[in-house]
Design a protein around this ligand. Structure first.
Ligand SMILES: Cc1cc2nc3c(=O)[nH]c(=O)nc-3n(C[C@H](O)[C@H](O)[C@H](O)COP(=O)(O)OP(=O)(O)OC[C@H]3O[C@@H](n4cnc5c(N)ncnc54)[C@H](O)[C@@H]3O)c2cc1C
Length: 351
């Protein structure tokens, strides 16, 4: 690794991580394709970075080429009929996610308003099927344009090919390549949208299921997220994070019976044998509180949200990884549940 190159800390929201061997910034789709094909031809390791908001990069950095996606723009695809109440939009991978969401709300399109304020890029949105406040990108995603590293070919993958699930997809599970653009189908002039999440309904002062303008949903979501440190703010260390560090564990219904009855649990789709637990509840009840840090460490649990691990300024990737392991050990010892990290770990972490 070339020590003179830019540390990847500058490109991630955790603000940790050593340099990449090589960094290529791609501002057009053609450059992105060329850069990817060049990197793959070397046979060396490579990594795509968008907003760096779901990455924990090791202090020693990344021994390979980083493709930094900075493509921009979107196009409205011809709708099937002029009277259609749906619109299809194809968005460049490098477009900042929340800029795009804001634009859709301004145009009176609905479907993405509950996903307001999530950091990162459009191209990363299918990778872990981003979700918040009762919505997931899979609700409105139609297809992606994908440069497949196995073949070097550009293919269109429909939503069904992506196996989008709770914070996962084939892209997160190992199908490698570059998302070049994402196609969404949204409602046009839909008027009001239904509020599907209790906390959101509470903040809007309406009943669950009530219909309110998408713009009001966006404002309420941004407010709720900011109060939890879930909107990027350089002045707030609680946002020097990757958002939630652990996914909510999905366990068998039989196992869930062994937990204290007050442990929150939710149904998983229409699978009666499986239930989703609250990672935040498990962590708190295992004795790890908001603001907690290990002695001498500059990494801590967010003061606003138990699920976020944060850099208080000057933390190393090892500090964050150590805190993550501590949380995992505490929850495993107390409840027998293994918490799975949500962000992607890049580079070498000491065992
Ligand atoms: C404060 C905060 C709040 C957050 N809140 C949420 C939330 O509410 N819900 C949620 O789901 N997530 C949340 N996240 C996590 C993160 O914002 C999302 O996962 C986001 O989609 C990551 O986008 P990115 O561009 O930053 O991806 P990166 O961090 O740059 O990359 C993440 C992964 O996607 C891959 N990738 C990125 N772009 C491409 C591409 N074009 N082609 C192929 N692979 C690609 C990378 O290689 C990597 O494996 C939050 C993060 C932070 C910091």
């Amino acid at each position: 690794v070339d020590e003179d190159s830019t540390p990847l800390a500058a490109l991630t929201t955790f603000r940790v991580g050593g340099p990449a061997q090589e960094l290529v910034v791609a501002a057009t789709e053609a450059d992105l394709v060329d850069a990817a094909l060049d990197a793959w031809a070397t046979g060396e390791d490579w990594l795509v970075i968008g907003g760096g908001s779901n990455l924990l990069v090791a202090d020693d950095g990344f021994d390979g080429t980083v493709l930094l996606v900075r493509t921009a723009g979107f196009e409205v695809l011809a709708s099937e009929s002029p009277a259609s109440d749906r619109v299809r939009v194809r968005v460049a991978a490098g477009e900042p996610w929340d800029d795009f969401v804001a634009e859709t709300v301004l145009r009176g399109w609905s479907g993405l308003e509950a996903l307001s304020g999530i950091p990162g890029t459009v191209g990363a949105s299918p990778v872990q099927n981003i979700g918040a406040y009762g919505a997931e990108v899979s609700d409105v995603l139609v297809a992606i344009e994908f440069l497949d590293s196995a073949t070097g070919e550009r293919v269109r993958l429909d939503a069904g090919d992506l196996e989008l699930g709770y914070r996962t997809s084939v892209l997160k599970r190992g199908r490698r390549g570059v998302v070049l653009s994402v196609e969404f189908e949204l409602a046009v002039n839909a008027g009001d949208v239904r509020v599907r999440y209790p906390q959101l309904a509470g903040s809007l002062g309406v009943e669950l299921g009530a219909a309110v303008p998408a713009a009001r949903v966006r404002e309420a979501v941004l407010g709720l997220r900011a109060s939890k440190g879930m909107v990027l703010d350089p002045a707030d260390f609680d946002t020097w994070s990757a958002g939630s560090f652990f996914t909510n564990p999905i366990v068998s219904a039989a196992f869930a019976e062994t937990l204290p009855h007050e442990a929150p649990r939710w149904a998983v789709g229409d699978e009666p044998q499986r239930v989703k637990l609250s990672a935040a509840w498990l962590i708190e009840r295992a004795g790890v509180r908001r603001g907690f840090s290990l002695p001498g460490s500059k990494a801590s649990i967010s003061t606003k949200h138990t699920l976020a691990l944060t850099n208080r300024g000057g933390a190393t990737a090892s500090d964050i990884a150590e805190l993550a392991r501590y949380v995992q050990v505490m929850v495993l010892a107390r409840f027998g549940v293994s918490l799975v990290p949500e962000p992607i770990l890049v580079g070498e972490f000491p065992a």
